[in-house]
Design a protein around this ligand. Structure first.
Ligand SMILES: O=c1ccn([C@@H]2O[C@H](COP(=O)(O)O)[C@@H](O)[C@H]2O)c(=O)[nH]1
Length: 297
């Protein structure tokens, strides 16, 4: 079983490392989602053996041009153990290339099982260790404690679902809205802010980020009374690109918190493949598009 090595406590935390990467390369996070339709468009069979080629092409195109990559775990998992092995190789190759990784696994369970998920994604020496992992808080924010604690020890991070980019999320995430911070989403925002306040060092952001869809819109953020800037952590923003949000929507949704927005795009970039130069061009177009967010707060 992997464990957090003693040397891990000395590393710069995920928050400051991500801040540094965003300062250098801008706020784009390139998603690696090997959908069957994309594999086919890339002339690759829908098999685990295609995943290395797909992932390595995207990594090569993205390295040094974005803040992080975000492999979608489900699209590796659907190929079974061979798919997860390809994901392990991608995570190792990204670490070698100095590219931050966010495993989009959306894990969440009772604490005793959560400890195993934390070990899998956040422990030093785990074959699946990423720089950060996405978590689902719907068994209770506190059920995530093993991951919150291990991330802090190993210098990794978590992104907790708060307001997701899909329209179906609203029914659950807006529940309890009394305009005074009583909604489910508001409680998650407050819990993440409290956690970071307890963990933050002088180096920068705390280890707890949130997922807030770029599609959510300013009206919802205001109506739910969310203070996203108070999180003092990164805000992963899917929904840009294929789901219809553009730079205007990102700026509107995040408002004063826009410097914390790590804007994720998968299909819009991936559909430019299989030629690595074309994927690189697509990455650069998104980087350019998002450049206007700098200094918008
Ligand atoms: O609220 C959420 C949380 C996660 N996602 C994931 O992000 C990417 C988006 O892909 P696109 O092709 O850029 O639409 C995908 O992996 C989702 O599972 C999200 O979309 N919304």
């Amino acid at each position: 079983m992997p464990g957090a090595g003693p040397a891990a406590t000395a590393v710069l935390g995920f928050g400051p490392r991500l801040q540094r990467a965003m300062a250098l390369n801008g706020p784009l996070c390139v998603g690696i989602d090997p959908h069957p339709g994309l594999l086919s468009a890339w002339d690759l069979p829908d098999e685990a053996s295609s995943l290395d080629r797909f992932s390595r092409t995207v990594l090569e195109a993205a390295a040094g041009r974005c803040a992080a990559i975000k492999p979608q775990v489900a699209l590796f998992e659907r190929h079974g153990s061979a798919g997860l092995a390809a994901l392990e190789r991608l995570l190792a190759a990204a670490a070698d290339a100095g590219v931050l990784t966010i495993a989009d696994a959306k894990r969440g369970d009772i604490g005793s099982t959560m400890a195993a998920y934390a070990q899998a994604w956040l422990a030093d020496g785990s074959p699946l260790a990423a720089d950060a992992v996405t978590l689902s808080p719907y068994l209770g924010f506190e059920s995530l404690r093993p991951a919150l604690d291990l991330a802090a020890v190993t210098g990794r991070g978590v992104f907790v679902l708060a307001l997701t980019s899909n329209p179906e999320g609203a029914g659950l995430q807006h529940a309890g809205d009394d305009g005074d911070g009583g909604s489910v989403a508001a409680r998650i925002v407050t819990a993440a802010a409290d956690e970071n306040a307890a963990r933050r060092s002088a180096d920068g952001w705390g280890p707890v980020g949130l997922v807030v869809g770029a599609t959510v819109g300013a009206e919802t953020v205001a109506r739910l009374g969310l203070d996203l800037a108070a999180v003092a952590g990164p805000l992963l923003a899917p929904g840009y690109g294929a789901q219809g949000a553009g730079v205007t929507e990102v700026a509107a949704t995040f408002g004063a918190a826009v410097p914390a927005a790590l804007v994720s795009s998968s299909r819009q970039i991936l559909s430019a493949g299989p030629d690595v130069a074309r994927v690189r061009d697509a990455v650069e177009r998104s980087v350019e598009d998002l450049r206007s967010l700098a200094g918008r707060a």
